[in-house]
Design a protein around this ligand. Structure first.
Ligand code: GUN
Ligand code: ZN
Length: 448
């Protein structure tokens, strides 16, 4: 039976597709790309219960509702590990380095989120930006305002996406209306986490903006919040821009380096994700690895803001886990395929860069992000037990990408073409836990 309704019905669903995923880490293990040309994913209550060859699964489960997704490529939903909710409307502000870009382009917009109605409208714009690019899970840098975060979490819950997010806190060096106090940072964060952390697909992330805008006291308040919200994640920025790094060194004369400002506060662990790290010291890499932290690499942002080349090889050699982030709005949009391509370009161009394979790019855009968020048992690949979080890429007939895919002679070639040429127009449907969150079959129209 073919099932035209995009909303899941009870029972078993068998998705028939060419699918590709990376159940392992290609920076560590060999041969992690799993390819099924005529594959099947058997899904029950939103979770994958069997995977493999379609014909075999169809024979074994004649009762399953079949969803025929042939003619495209099915990938695990993308995981964006660094993306700013209040920066959608300032995307594309090119031509400035980080600190000037914050002052002139970005912080004036972020101040508008004191208006919760405005915040709700932008939250909708932001969440649809994620879904229509095939992102199913995101670690979201929030707003400085608790009311804006309340609106955001409400919209995030309605969107069906997996969202890890928190109120951003700062108590110096930005603009007064974006500053809070350590006490309010703790109190408001605890209240938001109490309402939203662990609700459905939502998790809370403790989020000081960066050490440049944080006193030791507010970092301590963040550590207290992290301790008092079991399962909360931690995220911030690090080592993005040379001027920023010099200022942080002046503000924290006791700190051994930038990482130490977070380390001394007790903010580092397996569920900590630091964005950028373009200019790390060796000690910082060693300690990031020892704490099990992840670094969110944001190559479009690093290019747009002229922050520098990301030393991926040094991260991999030190054993630091790396995932990808679009860094909307320092980056150039929500596209994780584009982000992968830019990572590839920059490693090609930088002296000592690490050449990235198509399999590396798929891993970075999917499973690496799930690992960074400690959600690898939930999402990031099509293994048994994972949630059915997926993106169907199906370029329109006659498009150059459609032509290339039709003639692709290997799975690597298919993947390379998707990263080189794919984007939102090619995203046909997106699912989280078996629920369609974007696209799907065209609605059946009643005859006129
Ligand atoms: N460092 C502190 N705030 C920001 C931000 O909004 N974007 C980027 N790219 N870096 C930051
Ligand atoms: Zn950022």
């Amino acid at each position: 039976m073919t099932h035209p309704d995009p909303s899941p019905t009870p029972g078993r669903h068998l998705y028939r597709a060419t699918y590709l995923h990376t159940p392992g880490n290609p920076f560590r293990d060999a041969q992690v790309l799993d390819v099924q040309q005529d594959g099947g994913l058997l899904v029950e209550a939103g979770r994958i219960v069997q995977n493999g060859d379609f014909a075999a699964l169809a024979r074994a489960h004649p009762d399953a509702v079949i969803h025929d997704l042939r003619g495209g490529v099915l990938l695990p939903g993308f995981v964006d590990t660094h993306v700013h909710y209040p920066q959608v409307r300032v995307l594309g502000g090119l031509g400035m380095p980080l600190l000037e870009w914050l002052d002139r382009n970005t912080l004036p917009e972020e101040a508008r989120f004191s208006d919760a109605l405005y915040a709700r409208t932008v939250a909708q714009e932001f969440l649809s930006g994620l879904a229509l690019h095939g992102t199913t899970t995101a670690l979201v840098f929030g707003s400085h305002y608790a009311g804006a975060m309340e609106a955001f979490f409400g919209e995030a819950q309605r969107s069906g996406l997996r969202i890890v997010a928190g109120q951003v806190v700062s108590d110096r060096m930005l603009r007064p209306e974006l500053h809070t106090t350590p006490d309010a940072a703790y109190r408001e964060g605890l209240a938001l986490a109490g309402r939203w952390h662990g609700q459905g697909r939502l998790l809370y992330a403790v989020t000081p903006r960066f050490s440049l805008s944080a006193s030791e006291s507010i970092l301590d308040a963040c550590a207290a919040l992290l301790r008092d919200v079991p399962g909360a994640r931690f995220t911030s920025h690090i080592n993005e821009n040379l001027q920023e790094i010099r200022t942080v060194a002046d503000l924290f004369p006791q700190a051994r380096d930038y990482l130490d400002t977070y380390e001394q506060a007790g903010l580092l662990g397996r569920r900590s994700v630091l964005a950028h790290n373009v200019h790390p010291q060796d000690r910082e890499l060693a300690h990031l690895a020892a704490h099990g932290c992840s670094v969110a690499h944001c190559p479009c942002s690093n290019s747009a803001l002229g922050s520098g080349f990301f030393p991926l090889a040094r991260h991999v050699e030190a054993g630091v886990r790396v995932s990808l982030g679009t860094d909307v709005g320092g980056g150039t949009g929500f596209g994780m395929l584009k982000e992968g391509l830019q990572a590839y370009f920059m490693q090609q161009l930088m002296p000592g860069g690490r050449p990235l394979t198509p399999t590396d790019l798929l891993y970075l855009a999917t499973r690496a992000g799930a690992e960074a968020l400690d959600l690898q048992d939930v999402t990031g690949d099509f293994g048994v037990g994972r949630s059915f979080d997926a993106v169907l890429l199906r370029p329109a007939e006659g498009t150059p990408l459609g032509t290339v895919l039709r003639h692709a002679e290997s799975a690597e070639r298919t993947l390379a073409a998707l990263f080189a040429m794919g984007g939102a127009p090619d995203v046909a449907q997106v699912w989280v836990a078996g629920d369609t969150v974007h696209g799907g079959p065209a609605p059946v129209r009643a005859p006129l």
